[in-house]
Ligand binder design. Structure first.
Ligand code: IPD
Ligand code: CA
Ligand code: CA
Length: 277
């Protein structure tokens, strides 16, 4: 394993043990609300601090972009940037619903190079390094081989904070549901993307994600032989937060189903992201 990935795994496992420990005493947690339906607990912060401490001790010059503490260091002067979601699926965690994960990615000169997603409930560790494939607990993983949409299981996220695109989203969902074997919304986008890499889902789409929800999962999927794009299939997903991922055949079929539901404001968000990238 590349030394940088080894450090990221150490950080993800440390965060996972903080989360596991705290999950035994959910009643005593201090929880605050960031915005509508956006909760943060002391566990998110403790897990993030532990991750940053491990990464920063090993690589003091690297820049960091973390959900709770924001950007540290200058990624325009440092070639390396760690992108961290210390607890993806906080609402699930707070309800004792066991679908959440730790997500850590490294970008080098703007290119995703290493990724870890850790599910502390299942003790499942998903890792990838650019050019080296994707692994789940040391076993190579690949995206699914299914090509018939009606046999496919699709993951998604239902908008719940920013409801700007909710009508367009439900129009997509309404078109996708009858053409597939089923749609799932567990509530941790990072884990959903890891499941695409592992072939558990054939594809996934969501609107309104942040870079820390997607960065590690995207590298896992491409290293597992899949495709990731925005809702038009282009490369703006990390900036626009609009994402489709899957095996190549189902990726293209989903793009076609979604295309008629792209509103001017969804397209404008992708265009704006393309300019800012
Ligand atoms: C959330 C989860 C969820 C997705 C949201 C994310 P958080 O992350 O990934 O599945 O639908 O958009 O914000 O806030 O629990 O880290
Ligand atoms: Ca998240
Ligand atoms: Ca989070």
């Amino acid at each position: 394993m590349h030394p940088m990935l080894t450090i990221a795994v150490k950080a993800a496992r440390r965060a996972g043990s903080i989360i596991n420990q705290a999950s035994k005493n959910l009643d005593v947690l201090t929880v605050s609300k960031k915005t509508h339906s956006d909760f943060v607990s002391e566990v998110d912060r403790a897990a993030e601090d532990a991750i940053i401490k491990i990464l920063h001790t090993a690589y003091p010059d690297h820049a960091i972009l973390a959900e709770e503490s924001g950007a540290k260091g200058d990624h325009t002067t440092s070639d390396y940037q760690w992108i961290i979601d210390p607890l993806d699926g906080t609402t699930n965690f707070l309800h004792g619903f066991p679908k959440y994960s730790v997500s850590i990615a490294l970008r080098h000169k703007g290119v995703l190079t290493h990724a870890v997603i850790y599910d502390p409930n299942m003790n499942e560790l998903f890792v990838a390094s650019r050019g080296n494939g994707a692994y789940l607990n040391d076993r190579r993983i690949r995206v699914s081989k299914r090509i018939r949409l009606e046999e496919c299981l699709i993951g998604t996220g239902i908008p719940f904070r920013d409801l700007t695109h909710i009508d367009a989203y439900f129009a997509m969902l309404k078109d996708i549901v009858p053409r597939t074997a089923g749609v799932r919304r567990p509530g941790s986008a990072a884990l959903d993307l890891a499941y695409v890499a592992a072939g558990r889902y054939d594809a996934f789409w969501e609107i309104g994600l942040a870079p820390w929800d997607m960065a590690a999962g995207c590298l896992l999927i491409t290293e597992a032989g899949g495709l990731v794009g925005d809702l038009e299939g282009n490369g703006t997903f990390l900036e626009s937060g609009q994402i489709i991922a899957g095996n190549s055949k189902i990726f293209s079929q989903l793009l076609q189903i979604i295309a008629p539901h792209l509103t001017p404001s969804l397209i404008a968000a992708q265009r704006a992201a393309a300019h800012s990238a």
